[in-house]
Design a protein around this ligand. Sequence first.
Ligand code: ATP
Ligand code: MG
Length: 248
Amino acid sequence: MIDIPDDHPRAESLRTRHKIIDGMHKKIVAEAGLIAHGRGEAFDYLIGEKTHDFAIKAIKAAAAMFYLAELPIISVNGNVAVLCPKEMVRFSKEAGIAMEINLFYRSDDRIDAIKNELDKYDPGLILGIDKEHSRMIDEISSLRRVVDKRGIYSADVVFVPLEDGDRTIGLKKNNKKIITVDLNPMSRTSITADITIVDNIIRVFPLLEKEFLAINSKQQASNILDNYDNDSVLKDALKVISSYWDTS
Ligand code: ATP
Ligand code: MG
């Protein structure tokens, strides 16, 4: 990894960018993953690279939805595996929610590379690897239709950070509840998901863990979800984006 001086005004953003580049060289991140990251970076710039109230509201609702779910699952792609593997594994273990590798650019080498990255942080069982458990979701057209019988196939709640719209729409048609993390509040994924956390994934897992551990009854979780409105969260994000440079 190249050395970025701490006093560089964009040090954090540059370090994150280089994690993605290194991940591509290690074959964890697909080439197109660099482009997806660039789109995310642009939106992060527009929200001031910080977690806003609209994201906190969505994180609380996500924690509640996970709490009430019968079988929740975390879908893992290459970008997420290099950006925040440690924090994701920690959340997965604390919340008792399994991770499943699910890729658009699916190959055995990439699945192995992602698994090796996650293995550094002592995860539990990682789904989406053993072919004997593979099933197809007909509503999805890409290779992402290949899912694990014990995971996404049977899940009621699917966490799909940094997701393509086609797959989100396919999973919704398959009657899944969807939680996403997407910096672009206008993407098809953001609009289609039940809960959209408009924030950078590098900031989300520790907050999600804190909110999940703060819930201690189904009643409390239901109250949070009853008062949650995803459309107003997306509108609040757009308001922040459009007023960010307004100094009047
Ligand atoms: P859609 O298919 O939903 O309309 P898209 O085609 O614009 O979206 P994709 O490349 O399919 O974009 O999906 C990647 C999404 O992930 C983008 O909306 C991008 O803004 C977002 N994204 C990229 N990096 C991050 C990140 N680090 N944290 C949160 N979101 C991110
Ligand atoms: Mg897309």
